[in-house]
Design a protein around this ligand. Structure first.
Ligand code: KG4
Ligand code: ZN
Length: 350
């Protein structure tokens, strides 16, 4: 069973082929055309530019994914496409392309939630992991914890009340005029910094989320307080020194201590959720799971606490279509075929 995955939810046009052989998933190709160079100039993703670029890139990206896998259109058994969440104009390019291809090939199409894709990237990389598992999805748009008792069944335990972790990285990088996207830049700078140079305030969430009172809120995240603390600190230091651009070493130390706070928060909550639910394993997925400190600290803590941690390789951490194909295989197995009037859904819940 050969599945073509298509992902256009934000600023990457991606296509991939994943083969399901008796329940084992094999990655056959994984093509990503990043638009980072286009959006960098604007300091963030410009939705209208993103959807136009998807239109330009999608045919070539899919052809390339087929060629890399040594497959032809006729060899595709099913298609999977990201329905949401994401930028609606961008999503529509993938959804329209996938519907047209599905109709002309007469092959089933399944609709995939982007976050389910990030979760399934762990299964795609590592095969079956011990359940129950706690999965942290940490990206530019989301920071959420899920309990997974049965493969393909995702129970939301907590999520960010305000900014996502990746968003905090991107905003802090912008504030320091470091460029876009901020995550990889802060990650790289942090290696040479003193991570105890600045003590950032912690965030304690004791009350339930007003928008989701049924959850007790203890596994929720909040990063906007940290972001504001960084903003205040930078403005104060600029005023103290009478400069726009802070000295390089000060920026590097700030980056390292910011990164430490974010990573500690993510790891502490994830392991606390794992202990609370008696999880046998932990997965970490999404763009921020590409972070070098998050990866190494999580793996080190896994050894100390004897709960294995699974993180996909970098190419499967940041946005890609292989994870969409993988999540599509689950949908297909459950018989959830998308109707011909499938539409994109910008804030599709998982
Ligand atoms: O999953 P993703 O590719 O797209 C979304 O679904 O949002 O995640 C993108 C986010 C961006 O905020 C980016 O800055 C962040 O992931 N990111 C990182 C790293 N690489 C990407 N954050 C921290 N460290 C990194 N190495
Ligand atoms: Zn993503």
């Amino acid at each position: 069973m050969l599945i073509l995955g298509i992902e256009t939810s934000c600023d990457e046009t991606a296509a991939a082929l994943v083969e399901d052989v008796a329940g084992r998933w094999h990655l056959r190709s994984n093509i990503v055309a990043s638009q980072a160079d286009i959006h960098r100039e604007w300091g963030g993703v410009v939705p209208e530019l993103a959807s136009r670029q998807h239109v330009r890139d999608i045919c070539g990206v899919v052809e390339r994914a087929l060629a890399d896998a040594g497959a032809s259109w006729r060899g595709v058994d099913a298609l999977a496409v990201t329905q949401g969440p994401g930028l609606v104009g961008s999503l529509l390019v993938g959804v329209s392309f996938a519907k047209a291809a599905s109709w002309s090939l007469d092959k089933p199409l399944v609709a995939v939630n982007h976050l389910a894709g990030h979760i399934e990237s762990i299964w795609l990389e590592h095969g079956t992991i011990a359940l129950p598992a706690i999965v942290l999805v940490v990206s530019g748009g989301h920071t959420s914890l899920y309990l997974i008792e049965k493969a393909g069944d995702y129970q939301l335990l907590g999520r960010t009340r305000d900014d996502a972790a990746g968003e905090a990285y991107d905003k802090v990088a912008k504030l320091l005029s470091l460029g876009y996207p901020g995550g990889p830049i802060i990650d790289r700078l942090s290696a040479a910094g003193n991570d105890t140079a600045i003590r950032w305030p912690g965030t304690r969430l004791t009350n339930p989320d007003r928008n989701a009172p049924e959850r007790d809120g203890r596994f929720d995240f909040s990063f906007s307080g940290l972001k504001t603390a960084v903003l205040r600190h930078v403005r104060q230091r600029q005023a103290d020194l009478g400069v726009e651009q802070l000295p390089h070493q000060e920026i590097v130390d700030l980056a390292a201590s910011f990164q430490r706070r974010v990573v500690e928060t993510l790891i502490d909550k994830t392991f606390a959720a794992a202990r609370w639910h008696g999880a046998k394993s932990i997965g970490i997925a999404g763009g921020v799971s590409a972070n070098s400190r998050l990866r190494s600290d999580a793996l080190a803590k896994a050894e100390r606490s004897e709960i294995p941690v699974y993180i996909p390789r970098l190419a499967l951490s940041t946005d890609n279509a292989a994870m969409i194909a993988a999540a599509g295989i689950r949908q297909l197995a459950a018989g959830r075929i998308a109707p011909p009037d499938l539409n994109a859904a910008a804030s599709l819940p998982l």
